[in-house]
Design a protein around this ligand. Structure first.
Ligand code: CTP
Ligand code: MN
Ligand code: MN
Length: 523
């Protein structure tokens, strides 16, 4: 594979260690030959780093430009030991056990003294347990805890559907079916979303996500040490749940009038935050009142949402998703026999239930015109068969040279349709159930996306989710790689080129990330 590696992620060259007592570092004589420093730019900035490097060299310290095996002391500013370890991990560098991780305060003291000063605890960067650089004796007792340092990015964690932290999952305090099975922090995050409080939303959703990824159960506060994304506010709540089995804050949200109303209103297909806000302000608290109110105007989407409400709130099972998949394949292949059709979304991540079924469709060797026609033909076919309950087709606004979006939640530009299909029950005893009135079908939400063949890897990655996983992939690309990623493309800002990919594996490789399987993306 011809993989374009990021500048630092390739194999490192071993620098030959120069022999002799007198070594030259820059233009200065090296006076303290057994110390080899490297100063980390991250969070320090290049100007300050260059200044400190010059200063240290002028005082007779050997300072390396790059982190090589020769380096004995790594100096960082505003970084914890774990931050440094994570940086090393991102760069694909195995830290030697003798590498000292030091705060810049040590270097400053050395500069003042004109010679190396003693390293004390206040200088040494603490690596919390669970890190490869400092095997913790405690960690050995609980091997599941120790394996690797946990990244702050969901795209560097493997989050399967096996959750070890059900204690934080709201089942007992749950009053409604919609909140069941969600963890305390997802509820808090959702409440912030309803209040459009973006910062708190991010705090809680990241905490929720990291808890889901843990391969061990948190049973005491000590277990939260070294776990990223758990700030003081979050830790307080964890402590309360450990002690009392529930959180007063979460309970308050679950009983909150506004939260309950928004939860109810947004459970209708086509109703978002704006409409919920309006109905809430108008004093509505139940769907029945809203439905029967003659003064309210509903969109076509909301009308369908009310009409098929019961079916749509009862989740789609995997068996139903498979039946829909058969329908989709039959219909698409009727017009485009060579099409590739992948089920994406939650079902691709291994979920057993979902709120809809998502598909990505693509085909090599078709013209743009043919490509544009497929979804129209498929919808027509279902319409004629009486299977189409609702459809909204959005035409493509895709442009080949458009840079990936900067927004983490940006919508994509592919042609797609949001549908409600009539799925007939596949019961053989259909005729046996003689009651004529019994409904023999279920309304199912289906999303179809059509993408150009050469973008299929990006589209597949983008439409597989989870949403939180996607957000962190983009955040990671931007902040750690100076790249831009969205559902269409990956752009390297340093090299000013688009990075092509034929598979998801190649995209992860471009980003210098270990490959995460779809079923490990349930962040
Ligand atoms: N997605 C997207 N653009 C949209 C809608 C969705 O890129 N306009 C992506 C999101 O990254 C999301 C995935 O497609 O993770 C699937 O979306 P959705 O069906 O909403 O969520 P699922 O993860 O499939 O969960 P559910 O089981 O509830 O459907
Ligand atoms: Mn879905
Ligand atoms: Mn969807």
């Amino acid at each position: 594979m011809d993989l374009l590696q990021a500048p630092h992620s390739g194999p490192r060259k071993k620098r030959p260690r120069k022999a002799g007592a007198l070594m030259v570092s820059g233009a200065h004589e090296v006076r303290f030959g057994d110390l080899v420093l490297f100063i980390l730019e991250k969070k320090m900035g290049s100007t300050r780093r260059a200044f400190l490097m010059d200063l240290a060299r002028s005082k007779g310290f050997r300072v390396e430009d790059e982190l090589s095996d020769a380096v004995t002391h790594l100096v960082a500013e505003n970084n914890s030991g774990n931050d440094v370890l994570e940086w090393l991990q991102v760069q694909n560098i195995q830290a030697s056990s003798r590498l000292e991780l030091l705060d810049v305060s040590w270097l400053i003291e050395c500069m003042g003294a004109g010679k190396p000063v003693e390293m004390t605890r206040k200088h040494q960067l603490v690596v919390r347990r669970g890190s490869p650089a400092s095997p913790n004796p405690d960690a050995q007792k609980t091997p599941s805890r120790s394996v690797q340092r946990i990244s702050e990015y969901a795209c560097q964690r493997r989050t399967t559907l096996n959750n070890c932290n059900y204690a934080f999952t709201v089942t007992r305090l749950c009053f409604s079916t919609w909140s069941r099975g969600r963890n305390a922090f997802e509820i808090l995050a959702e409440n912030c979303e309803f209040k459009e409080n973006e910062d708190s939303y991010v705090t809680y959703i990241r905490a929720a996500s990291v808890l889901k990824s843990l391969p061990f159960t948190i049973i005491s506060m000590k277990d939260t040490e070294g776990i990223p994304c758990l700030g003081d506010r979050v830790k307080c709540i964890i402590e309360e749940i450990i002690e009392d089995g529930e959180s007063s804050e979460v309970n308050a949200v679950l009983n909150d009038e506004r939260y309950k109303s928004f939860k109810l209103f947004t459970s209708v297909f086509g109703v978002g935050l704006k409409t919920s806000e309006k109905w809430f302000r108008m004093g509505f608290r139940s769907l029945n009142k809203i439905k029967s109110d003659k003064s309210l105007k509903f969109t076509r989407m909301q009308k369908a949402g009310f009409l098929y409400y019961e079916d749509l709130v009862s989740c789609v099972t995997r068996a139903e998703a498979e039946a829909v998949s058969t329908l989709v394949k039959e219909a698409v292949w009727a017009f485009l026999p060579g099409a590739f059709i992948s089920m994406t979304g939650g079902f691709r991540r291994g979920k057993e239930i979902g709120h809809d079924v998502d598909f990505l469709i693509t085909s090599p060797e078709i013209t743009e015109d043919e490509e544009q026609q497929v979804l129209h033909k498929v919808i027509n076919l279902w319409e004629n068969k009486g299977l189409l309950l609702y459809s909204d087709l959005v035409e493509s606004t895709f442009e080949k040279l458009k840079l990936p979006s900067r927004k983490v939640d940006a919508l994509d530009h592919f042609q797609k349709c949001f549908l409600i299909l009539k799925l007939h029950h596949q019961r053989e005893d259909n005729e046996k159930s003689s009651q004529q009135e019994e409904k023999t079908w279920k309304a199912i939400r289906v999303d179809l996306v059509m993408c150009p063949y050469e973008r299929r890897a990006f589209a597949l990655l983008g439409w597989t989710g989870s949403r939180q996983f996607e957000r962190d992939l983009r955040r990671y690309a931007t902040h750690e790689r100076k790249m831009m990623l969205d559902n269409h493309a990956l752009y390297d800002k340093t090299k000013r080129i688009f990075l092509k990919a034929e598979s998801e594996e190649e995209i992860f490789a471009h980003l210098g990330l270990d490959y995460i399987e779809p079923w490990e993306r349930n962040a």
